[in-house]
Design a protein. Sequence first.
Length: 146
Amino acid sequence: MHEFNGFGCHGENRSPMLAWQDIPAGTEYFAITVYDPDAPTGSGWWHWQIINIPKDVLQIAQDAGNSDQSQQPKGAIQIRNDYGIYGFGGACPPVGDGKHRYQFTVYALPNKLDISKDTSAAMVGFMLKANAIASSTIEALYGRNQ
C-alpha cells in the first residue's frame, strides 16, 4: 500500500496516517519529512516533505501526501521529492540492497516557513532544523528481495 508505484515497484504510493500529541509551547505550524538515509545515492533519498501544517492539525489522514493535494491540510505545501513529484513517494529500495530505514519526522515550528514548493530538499531540511522548536522521529524498515 505504501510502496512507490514506479522504479520497478508496484505499490499504491499512499502516505500513512500519522498523528502527534504533547505539542511544545510556541508551536504555530508543523512539518513532516520522510527520508531514507540508506538510499545508494551518497545523499539519501527524500520521500516526502510537507510544511506549514497549521497548529490545530494533530493528524493527517492516509494518502494526505497524494500528489493531487486534495487530502493535504489547508495551507500546507508539499515540496518536490527525489522522485520529482510534489507529494509522497513510497518506499522502493533497489532489489537486494537490504532493508532501508524510512525516517518519519514531525517538526514543531514557531513560524510559517517562507519557502516554495520548488525549494530543494536539502534547503528545506536546513530550514526545518534551524527553526524547529522540537521534533520526533519514528523509523520503519523495508527491503525488496525480488
